[in-house]
Structure formats: C-alpha cells, structure tokens
Ligand binder design. Sequence first.
Ligand code: BV8
Length: 304
Amino acid sequence: MAASKAAYSSVSLFHEKLLRSNRILAICGAGLSAASGLPTFRGAGGLWRNHNAVELATPEAFEADPGLVWLFYAYRRHMALEANPNPAHYALAELARKKPGFRCLTQNVDNLHVRAQHPSEQLSLLHGSLFALKCSNAPGCKWTDPYNTADPLCPALAPAAEKNTDPTKPLPLLDPSKPLADIKPDELPHCPECETGLVRPGVVWFGEPLDEGMLDEIDEWIEKEPVDMVLVIGTSSFVYPAAGYAERARTEGRTAVVTVNLELGSAQGRNKIEEGDFGFEGDAAVLLPELLKPVIGEVEAPLE
Ligand code: BV8
C-alpha cells in the first residue's frame, strides 16, 4: 500500500521514526559527494574525455590501455584529494557515534567518509578506495598498499595532477580535442613484490566480485535482527549488489526506506515505495544535517 504523499515527505513523521530506530542501514552513492565538488556517474562525471566512466572502470579497459585508465584514476585521485568532506559526510559520521546500530555502506571510492572520521567499524567501502593500490596479478600476487596519496603517482601521470590555471577553460586533460600523451606500460608503476604486474587502483571494477568477507559480514548484520530504517542517499541504485540492499533489508511494516536524492524520480524507480517510507528531494549536504538533527544535533563541517 503506497505511502500517502504528505506522510511520504513529512520531516516531523520522519523524525519520530528516526528517534524510534536503533538499527539503521545507509546506502550511499556519488550524489553524497556532489556537494564536495566531485562529479557523479550519471551527471557530468559519466563521461571522461568522451569515454564512458563505466567502460573505463573494467579490467578489460585496463588490459587494453593501462595508461588511459590510470590517467582516469589519477585525475579522480587528484580531485578527491583536493575535495573536502561535506556536512552530509559529517552528519553520517555523527549518526554512527550516536547510534551504535547504524551501518553505512558506501559505493564511493573518494575516501571522504573516512576523512569525515566515520567510525571504521560502522563503514563498508563496497567498491574499494582510489587511495588503495594492489597488483594487477591479484589474486596470484597479494601485494597491496592500503593507503597511498601520492599525486601524481608517477611522472607519466603528472597531467592528472595539473592545477587548472584558467578556470574558464577545461583542464587540457579533460579536453577531448587535445590528444593525450601515449603512456607506455613501462612508464607506469609496477608491483614491488612480483615485479611483473602493473600496480592498479584498489577499486572493484565492473565484472569483478566485491570482497567476500565484507559481503558475508553485511549479510550477517542484515539478517541478525529486523532493520528499522534504510537511508538510500544520492544513488541511482543501478549498480549491484549495492542496489539490492534496500529491499533486502526491508521487513514489511517495520522498516522505513528513506530516499534522499536531488531528483527523487531518478532514484525511486528502482525501490518499491511502501507505507511508512519517506522521500526527500534536494542536496544531501543540506538535507541530511536537518533530517538527522534530533539525534546528532548541530553538525559543523570543520572549515578546511
Ligand atoms: C559483480 C568502483 C559478480 C570503480 C564501481 C544484477 C543485475 C544487473 C547487473 C548486475 C547484477 N549483478 C551484477 C551485475 C553487473 C554489475 C552491475 O551492477 N552493472 C550495472 C551497470 C547494471 N555489477 C558488477 O559488475 C559488480 N560485480 O557483480 O561481480 C562476480 C561474482 C563472482 C565473480 C565475478 C563477478 C561490481 C560493481 C562495482 C563496480 N564499481 N565503482 C570506480 O568508481 O571507478 S560502480 C560505480 O558506479 C560507483 O561505485 C557506483 O556504484 C556506481 C555509480 O552509481 P551512483 O553512485 O548511484 O552514482 P550515479 O551517478 O549513478 O547517481 C548519482 C545519484 O545521485 C543520482 O540519482 C542523482 O540524482 C543523485 N544526486 C546528484 N547530486 C546529488 C544527488 N543526490 C543528493 N544530493 C546531491 N547533491
């Protein structure tokens, strides 16, 4: 039975439910970091130099042109290092401190949750991190570097770390009319352990499995007890298994699924709307501190 429209976007009814909720699951996407200046996949960020970001985020693309894929990731590392967590990241981190039964699953690889001091035991990086490195001979070679912020990672990737001197013009790197330097594999970092494999970003590419241990741990958490609330924040819910968690965590008549999105329509299509659900349209960085205020109080994003 669909939620009545008024109740669906009622902040006061939402606050009542939030105060009664102990087990809360959040599923976050690129929209959460939009206010930090990072492009989303569906928005402007969907295309990188005429390349579809989803196609670049594959083992096949890395196999075919590791230089191009590394420039794509070096650029995103640079952008994410220049960016700062926004009030939405801090609000979720504070919710985790106030509600031990809160779990945050993020699809974002930008490390902004971590920089917002989100308690690590209540945060799952579903798709890895731009700042983790591993050997492309994995799982054969087990070498990893869990946190590397070198920018650029090597001289050949310096174009990705260039400061944009003239903001009226796109960075040359982003201008598809400007040819890219052809980066040879031997100009790219190689694994210090097996010495044969190229170093690759520690993210989960399309067609690659997510970390099994992490998935099992999340399943156990969901199945342990009914979930009171699921926050679906700034995601188009297109990519699986992340997109399946909201309905998997739903217990009829008990769980409120709450969608927070700049365009509610774009996110709603993929999750059923049931009695007791909520939907709030707007910028997550503005809405979340408001929506979570009864539990987290005023959350200031430290001035960087
Ligand atoms: C796997 C890391 C199995 C890399 C990423 C079932 C059905 C169909 C397909 C599949 C299925 N199961 C598996 C698949 C295949 C595939 C998949 O889901 N394909 C899709 C395209 C249909 N899944 C996989 O391949 C997964 N692996 O299944 O492995 C397996 C098992 C054993 C052995 C081998 C294989 C791996 C998926 C992970 C891929 N890696 N990221 C990188 O980042 O480069 S996915 C990447 O794209 C992101 O992490 C994220 O998940 C996704 C982008 O989605 P969003 O974050 O939601 O961003 P988007 O731009 O789409 O939307 C933004 C939203 O925010 C919008 O709604 C917008 O309105 C809103 N918004 C914007 N601004 C704001 C805002 N909201 C609030 N405030 C704002 N200011």
